[in-house]
Write a protein that binds this ligand. Structure first.
Ligand SMILES: O=c1ccn([C@@H]2O[C@H](COP(=O)(O)O)[C@@H](O)[C@H]2O)c(=O)[nH]1
Length: 308
C-alpha cells in the first residue's frame, strides 16, 4: 500500500490528504433536511446526513488527491449509525481508488492491539471464513504501550500489505507536556522517532517503509529533526489549515526526492464553504468550495517545495 500511496502522490502531484471529519454543523441544511425527513432527527438520520455529505465531497475531489483520512471519532459520536457511515465512506473512497488512512489512534497490550489491527487492517476468522471489518489501508497507532502494542499491527500489515502511522509528535498545543520530556537529555519524540525507524527497517517497500509517523505541521523544527531520524518513514502531517500550519512550514518534512510526507487538512477542506475565502460558493455548492480549497492547498505546498 505504501507503493500505491507513493504512485498516487506522483500521479496527482499532490502530497495531501483530505480529512473526512464531518460534524453536523458543517453539513448544509439541504442534506440534513433530506436525511431527517427520511429517518427523523435520529442517530440514523445523522449517519445518513454524514454519509451523503462525505459522498458529495469525495465526488468533487477524488481526481485531485491520493488519499483521505476519515477520523473515526467524528463517526463514533453517533454510535453504530456513525460507524455505518464510517464504513460506507471507507468503501466508497476505495471504489474511487483513494488510499484510506483510518485515523483511529489505537494501541493497547499485545492481544488487544492484535484485535484492533485485525478489525481495521486485517481479516477476522469466523468459522471457516475470514472477513474484513473496516478494511482501511493505513491506520494511525498510539505507541505509548511500547513494542508489544505495535508489533501486532506490523504483523497484520505484512500479511495484508497495509501500513501504519505511529504518533511521534502531535500537532496539538499540549503535545510537549509529555512528548518533549527529556530522557537522558533527549526529547521523548526523538526516542519514539528512533523506534519508528527501527520498526520500519523490516517493513520496507521500494524506498519507504510502511511504518510511518505522525508529526504535526505546527512543529516545523521538530519535523526537520524527525525527518533526519526517520529518513525512510513516510510522515503524515496534520495541523495544516485550521490549526495554523502553512506550506512554507512543511518543506523540511519532505525528503530531497520531494516525497516522504503527506499533509492532512480536514476542516479547512470539508468546511471550506463556511470560510470567508470560499463564501462565494454558498451552502448549496459546498463541495465545489472543497474542491477550490484542495486546489489552493496543492498550490501552496507545491509553491513552498519549489522555493525551498
Ligand atoms: O497530531 C495530530 C494527530 C491527528 N490529528 C487529526 O488530524 C485532523 C486534523 O483536523 P483539522 O480540521 O485539519 O485541524 C483531526 O482528525 C485530528 O484528530 C491532528 O490534528 N493532530
Amino acid at each position: 500500500m505504501i507503493q500505491k500511496l507513493i504512485s498516487k502522490i506522483e500521479k496527482t502531484h499532490a502530497p495531501i490528504v483530505v480529512g473526512l471529519d464531518p460534524m453536523l454543523n458543517y453539513i448544509p441544511k439541504q442534506i440534513q433536511e433530506k436525511a431527517f425527513k427520511e429517518y427523523g432527527e435520529t442517530l440514523k438520520g445523522a449517519g445518513e446526513a454524514i454519509w451523503q455529505y462525505n459522498k458529495e465531497i469525495i465526488d468533487h475531489v477524488y481526481d485531485l488527491i491520493p488519499a483521505v483520512k476519515p477520523q473515526i471519532a467524528m463517526y463514533e459520536q453517533f454510535g453504530i449509525e456513525g460507524l455505518i457511515a464510517f464504513k460506507k465512506t471507507v468503501d466508497y473512497c476505495k471504489e474511487k481508488d483513494l488510499v484510506v488512512i483510518g485515523d483511529v489512534k489505537r494501541g493497547d497490550i499485545g492481544s488487544t492491539s492484535a484485535a484492533y489491527a485485525v478489525g481495521h487492517l486485517g481479516k477476522v476468522q469466523v468459522g471457516s471464513q475470514k472477513f474484513a471489518g473496516f478494511d482501511e489501508d493505513f491506520a494511525t497507532v498510539n505507541p505509548y504501550l511500547g513494542t508489544d502494542g505495535i508489533k501486532p499491527f506490523i504483523d497484520v500489515c505484512k500479511e495484508e500489505k497495509k501500513g501504519i502511522f505511529v504518533l511521534v509528535k502531535t500537532s496539538n498545543p499540549s503535545s510537549g507536556e509529555f512528548q518533549d520530556r527529556l530522557i537522558d537529555g533527549r526529547p521523548l519524540y526523538e526516542i519514539v522517532g528512533e523506534h519508528v525507524a527501527a520498526w520500519g527497517e523490516e517493513c520496507m517497500g521500494d524506498k519507504y517503509s510502511y511504518v510511518g509517523a505522525v508529526v504535526g505541521a505546527t512543529y516545523p523544527e521538530q519535523g526537520k529533526i524527525l525527518r533526519k531520524i526517520m529518513p525512510k518513514a513516510f510522515i503524515l502531517v496534520p495541523g495544516y489549515g485550521a490549526q495554523g500550519g502553512k506550506g512554507k512550514d512543511l518543506v523540511h518534512f519532505f525528503n530531497e526526492d520531494g516525497l516522504g510526507a503527506i499533509v492532512n487538512s480536514s476542516r479547512g477542506i470539508i468546511a471550506a464553504w463556511k470560510q470567508e475565502k470560499y463564501a462565494k460558493y454558498g451552502e448549496a455548492a459546498f463541495a465545489e468550495a472543497s474542491r477550490a480549497a484542495v486546489e489552493d492547498m496543492i498550490a501552496d505546498i507545491d509553491g513552498a517545495l519549489k522555493n525551498r
